[in-house]
Design a protein around this ligand. Structure first.
Ligand code: ATP
Length: 240
C-alpha cells in the first residue's frame, strides 16, 4: 500500500435481498487515519454497507479492497485478523461480569497476562470509565455500557473501527462525551467509520461525511457542505 492509497475502497458494491436492492453500486473510499461519517434516511443501506465491509455478508456484485488487497471473499474472522473491528448497535457485553472482566476477555486474546491490568487502565481512561473496573456491568449507565462496548471493540487495537449508531439512546451529555471519545481515538491514527442518525453529534464530529440514499452514494463532503446541501435536506424530509 502506498501512502496515498485509500485504506478501504469499494467499487460497484451491490447487495440484493431477494427483490430488494439494499445497495445499488456504491463506490466509496476512506483514507488511512480518517474519521468519516455515513448518514442517510431509514433503509438507505447503511447497516448493509457495514455488514459488507465487515464480511458478515457478501456483496451480490462489486469488490472491497483493504490496503490494496481484494478482501471481498474473506469472512469476518479473517477481516478482523487483518485489522477490522465493529461495534454494532446491539452491543454484546457480559452484563453479569465486572467491567474489568469484560475487557479482560478480548484483551487476553492479544496480550500477555501481566500486561492486561495496564491495558485495562489505559482503555478505561480513554473511555471515561476510570474507577469502574470492579462494577458489575448491569449497574452502569446506558452510555457507560456503550463506551465499554467500544473498549471491547478496540481491545485488539484494530486499524479500522466501524461504529454503528454509537449514540443511540444516549442523553445529550453522553452524546457529547462520545464525540470526545471518538475524537481521541481518531487522534491515535485509527481509521474510524461512524453510522449515525443524530445530526447534532455529526455536527460535533465535523468531519468528512457520506450520504447514502436508496442504496446509492447520494452526496459526500465536509459536514458543512452536507448541511448546506438542499437535496440532502429534502431526502430527510422525504420529498426526494
Ligand atoms: P436504518 O437507518 O433504518 O437502520 P439502514 O440505512 O441501515 O436503515 P439497511 O438496514 O441497510 O438500511 O436496509 C437497506 C434496505 O435493505 C432496506 O429496504 C431493508 O429493509 C433491506 N434489508 C436489509 N437487510 C435485509 C435482509 N436481511 N433481508 C431483506 N431485506 C433487508
Amino acid at each position: 500500500m502506498t501512502d496515498n492509497e485509500p485504506i478501504i475502497d469499494t467499487s460497484g458494491l451491490v447487495k440484493q435481498y431477494g427483490g430488494i436492492a439494499a445497495l445499488q453500486g456504491v463506490d466509496f473510499s476512506v483514507d488511512r487515519g480518517e474519521l468519516h461519517c455515513i448518514i442517510g434516511p431509514n433503509g438507505a443501506g447503511k447497516s448493509t454497507f457495514f455488514k459488507l465491509l465487515m464480511g458478515i455478508e457478501r456483496p451480490t456484485a462489486g469488490a472491497i479492497h483493504y490496503k490494496g488487497r481484494d478482501v471481498t471473499s474473506l469472512g469476518s474472522f479473517e477481516r478482523a485478523r487483518l485489522g477490522f473491528s465493529v461495534k454494532f448497535q446491539n452491543i454484546r457485553v457480559y452484563p453479569d461480569l465486572t467491567v474489568y472482566h469484560n475487557l479482560f476477555i478480548p484483551l487476553r486474546r492479544h496480550h500477555r497476562m501481566k500486561k492486561i491490568p495496564g491495558q485495562v487502565a489505559e482503555l478505561l481512561g480513554e473511555l471515561r470509565l476510570s474507577g469502574t473496573e470492579n462494577e458489575t456491568v448491569s449497574n452502569l449507565s446506558h452510555g457507560q455500557i456503550q463506551w465499554l462496548a467500544i473498549g471491547m471493540s478496540i481491545a485488539a487495537e484494530p486499524e479500522v473501527l466501524l461504529l454503528d449508531e454509537p449514540t443511540a439512546g444516549m442523553s445529550d451529555d453522553e452524546t457529547r462525551e462520545t464525540a470526545e471519545i471518538i475524537r481521541r481515538l481518531s487522534a491515535t491514527g485509527m481509521t474510524i467509520l461512524v453510522i449515525e442518525h443524530d445530526m447534532a453529534f455529526i455536527r460535533d464530529l465535523n468531519t468528512r461525511t457520506t450520504v447514502l440514499h436508496y442504496g446509492r452514494l447520494f452526496a459526500q463532503g465536509t459536514f458543512s457542505e452536507i448541511e448546506a446541501n438542499e437535496e440532502v435536506h429534502q431526502i430527510y424530509l422525504g420529498t426526494l
